[in-house]
Design a protein around this ligand. Sequence first.
Ligand code: ZN
Length: 315
Amino acid sequence: MKLLGIHHITAIATDPQRNLDFYTQVLGLRLVKRTINFDDPSTYHLYFGDRTGKPGTVITFFPWPRARRGTRGTGQVIATSFAVPAQSIGYWNERLKKEGVIVEEKSRRFDEEVVRLVDPDGLLLELIACAHLDDVDLNFEIAVPGEFAIRGFHAPTLEVQRAKSMEQLLTTFGFHLIAEEGSRRRFASNERSTSARVDVVERSNGQFGNIAAGTVHHIAFRAANDEEQLQWRKQLVDLGFGPTPVIDRQYFRSIYFREPNGILFEIATDGPGFAIDEPVDQLGGSLKLPKRFEPERKSIEQVLPPIELRRQADR
Ligand code: ZN
């Protein structure tokens, strides 16, 4: 039994419209779900991914308009990375600069080209050019030509004070070391998939980050199904972690726990997926609520700031 890779990464934003515009119109992802934070129904939960929101492609946000800016640091996912086709870095560099995005000079990592940029809330993102890409569905009204489009996650960077405890946990999850460069060690649970990799960087005296706007809230890994999720939960209990009970997140089921360095981990099921409450061609088009929140829809909609999915043609 292995975790199949990254399921989704969730970060904190401020202005939901700005967040929506950036991830759809600048990065070319699809809004695959417009819902609320089930633990805080006065806040949106926005999901972006490929056409269907396949696990391994999905970045999600809690936009809290009044959230203060967080700080990156140890005990966090400090960089969220996406795979892009080889030869596309020049395109992205130009595109991002034209959009006024803060972009670093391109660099190399494990022999692949990397562009680092920050989103409008200061979240650090990377585009990594890769010869072998995951199979994702780009058949939607996409703002970026398909030949350059994002193809799901690449290895995010997990910065920790003690790499050993993290690496033991990753090994339990079926990951193994595939490459090493300086203080960066890359682990994979499936070497053929860019979204089944994570990079661990140890900074034993690193400052802990402060999780607020512009930082990652948690990273979720893929359990194949409910049975395996329960087995993972039992193993975590046996190892002394305190995982939550299984929580129904409508589009998947989840357990959460903190790994020894403080990063919030989630293990989520692949199913049932985002088409459970609206057809695939209408994903993200309107506010979806789980049944238990439907009686409160009116008051929820009054509190949420209005947002609008802009089309490329409107720009
Ligand atoms: Zn999550």
